[in-house]
Write a protein that binds this ligand. Structure first.
Ligand SMILES: Nc1ncnc2c1ncn2[C@@H]1O[C@H](COP(=O)(O)O)[C@@H](O)[C@H]1OP(=O)(O)O
Ligand SMILES: [Mg+2]
Length: 344
């Protein structure tokens, strides 16, 4: 199968969601709510989830969806539901040219029902879309990096991925220039990149991307998270030292790290667990990991095992994530195993 329709719809869906996230960012009303796990969620998370699931459900109504958010808060609180619905409505009005392909949403009730289609349990068989409507909500709120991430898992294997990163520069050599890129990939067909335009333009072909292949660690740079609670930065620094990496690491929130490594802004992405009991979520890695693999890299857990997307909503068979160029991956795993020997 070519999966060209899936890729096209995924690209359109994440692009439209970014119109909404951008509107919310530039408005006073972001409606930040703190979830039970203490992480923030905003109107933009809910609105983006509704828009993306609307697009997936219109085109592939038989498919299952694993989405990060649910509509419980919206059903209980009119002061969260109503502004979210306003943003969704305005975004659809602003993107009429794609309504024929990715659909409309006609009421707040329908919006909440779409959000709640993301409840699937995941698993080893069938077609399952994994959606993070805003990965890196903290980055989004601080005007830093965030991503709208959508992956299609087919019989346990990530097969299609689309990643919209509204705050990554189009030209990495000009970090203050135009911002916003969209990356996508189909397994076996490579990864591409194109600018994330204000007016949705999915017919524009993407440019194929390839990861850097630094000859040695002396030329390599790490990409890692901003939040010290999400990965063990002390151990990551110690691994850098062991490997002889001297370049300063680039820190950013969200799957923008996968995007950066895939297009060669950085070389390695290290996400060492802060706790061996934390289970990474499939929506935090599906799209990004495929894009790095299709750009020529290897993505694994800290033991060097492939990420297992077939066991539910989380990656419960894995700990941490390592993304590296093919020629360096084994050496990184060696250093990681040595650093983590007390817990592995
Ligand atoms: N203890 C943790 N270890 C790893 N990732 C975490 C942890 N707690 C939250 N996350 C997730 O990390 C992702 C952001 O990662 P990054 O630091 O790379 O930007 C978010 O999806 C966040 O989930 P959540 O959405 O529940 O906050
Ligand atoms: Mg996330």
């Amino acid at each position: 199968m070519s999966y060209s329709k899936e890729r096209h719809i995924a690209e359109l869906a994440v692009q439209r969601a970014c119109i909404l996230t951008n509107r919310v960012f530039h408005s006073r009303v972001k409606g930040t709510v703190t979830k039970d796990d203490k992480s923030p969620v905003t109107l933009a998370d809910y609105g983006a989830q509704a828009l993306v699931i609307g697009a997936v459900n219109k085109n592939f109504p038989q498919d299952n969806i694993v989405g990060e958010e649910d509509a419980e808060v919206l059903r209980q609180k009119a002061d969260v539901r109503e502004p979210t619905w306003q943003y969704v409505k305005e975004t659809i009005e602003q993107s009429q040219e794609v309504v024929g392909e990715i659909g409309s949403i006609n009421s707040a009730e329908e919006m909440m029902d779409l959000i709640d289609l993301g409840v699937h349990a995941g698993g080893p068989t069938g077609r399952i879309w994994a959606l993070d409507p805003i990965d890196g909500t903290k980055g989004f709120l601080r005007g830093g990096q965030y991503a709208v991430c959508l992956g299609l898992i087919v019989d346990g294997q990530v097969t299609v991925g689309a990643l919209a990163c509204p705050n990554l520069p189009v030209d990495p050599k000009n970090p203050d220039g135009e911002k916003g890129i969209i990356l996508s990939a189909v397994r076996g067909q490579g990864a591409t990149l194109k600018p994330l335009l204000e007016n949705i333009c999915a017919d524009e072909p993407g440019i194929p991307i390839k990861m850097n292949a630094p000859a040695s660690f002396a030329d390599a740079a790490f990409c890692e998270g901003v939040e010290s609670g999400h990965s063990n930065q002390g151990q990551q620094a110690s691994i850098a030292k062991k490997l002889g990496i001297t370049k300063e690491s680039v820190r950013m929130d969200s799957q923008a790290k996968y995007a950066s490594v895939a297009r060669g802004d950085g070389d390695l992405y290290l996400r060492l667990p802060t706790s061996m009991t934390y289970e990474e979520k499939i929506w935090d890695h599906a799209a990004g990991s495929l894009i790095v693999e299709e750009a020529g890299g290897i993505v694994s857990d800290v033991r060097g095992n492939p990420l297992n997307f077939a066991v539910g909503r989380t990656l419960k068979k894995n700990n941490g994530v390592i993304a590296a160029p093919k020629n360096l991956h084994a050496k990184v795993i060696e250093a990681v195993k040595d650093e983590l020997k007390a817990v592995l």
